[in-house]
Write a protein that binds this ligand. Structure first.
Ligand code: BTN
Length: 240
């Protein structure tokens, strides 16, 4: 496995959660990735579990000294890097980025991203990619895997390709800002111009997906009024 310069990889057979492991690394672990063959307590967004049998990719990247103001950009950076890795390894896969940070193939979820901070200046970007299997029930969204889409890619090929893109995009973000990153995300965006339902904590809001603002917030066109959405689950089209 070829790692980007300055990066470290810790490999585990099985662990509870690579995100928890990356959070607990000693200080000075910037650009360290933790990968596990399987997880027994994989975590998803909004406190949901992430079922993690062997064969898929479970990796978490530890980044240090990330200013809080820039932390949100890493959901786009992670999604774009994963999409680029898939496009390199899986010709014509047609992967799309769904706000804020899922990846879809044919409208089905193939990857999830969980960003966490340690309350200080450490950011952990955790990624699950369905390589050989996907949960068939109990999901809010329909899911798929690379194998199910007809691609024979190994876990390590995906990991190497992902880290390569991540390191390049990170360097670009730090030296040139977020404009190119958000443009790359928008090029692959799922559902721009289409109907969107946002499940906010206490209500639903319907409109069309207008775009992103410069901070990556979703802009919803609600009867001609542009509303900025910062959190919540987003459903596109007929999905509820
Ligand atoms: C989601 O879509 O809800 C996010 C899923 C994130 C899962 C990954 S797997 C590697 C890392 N470790 C975890 O416990 N979660 C993330």
């Amino acid at each position: 496995m070829i790692l980007p310069q300055g990066w470290t990889l810790i490999k585990k057979d099985e662990t509870a959660s690579t995100n928890a492991d990356a959070k607990n690394l000693p200080s000075g672990s910037d650009r360290t990735a933790v990968v596990a063959d399987a997880q027994t307590g994989g975590r998803g967004r909004l406190g949901r579990p992430w079922v993690s049998p062997a064969g898929n990719l479970y990796v978490s990247i530890c980044l240090e000294k990330i200013p809080l103001a820039r932390a949100g950009m890493y959901s786009f950076l992670t999604a774009v890097s994963l999409a680029e890795a898939m496009e390199r390894l899986c010709p014509d896969i047609g992967v799309q980025c769904k706000w804020p940070n899922d990846l879809l193939v044919g409208g089905k979820k193939i990857s999830g991203i969980l960003l966490e901070t340690d309350g200080a200046d450490r950011l952990v970007a955790g990624v699950g990619v369905n390589i050989v299997s996907f949960p068939e029930t109990g999901m809010l969204y329909r899911a798929t895997s690379l194998r199910n889409e007809g691609y024979a890619v190994t876990r390590d090929q995906m990991l190497e390709s992902f880290l390569r893109s991540f390191a390049q995009r990170d360097t670009e973000l730090k030296s040139n800002g977020s404009a190119r990153l958000l443009d790359a995300w928008k090029e692959k965006a799922y559902g721009i111009g289409g109907p969107v339902t946002v499940n906010l904590p206490n209500r639903k809001m319907r409109g069309t997906f207008y775009g992103l603002d410069k901070d990556g917030c979703l802009l919803l066109n609600k009867d001609g009024e542009i509303v900025k959405i910062t959190a919540g689950d987003v459903f596109f089209g007929d999905q509820e």
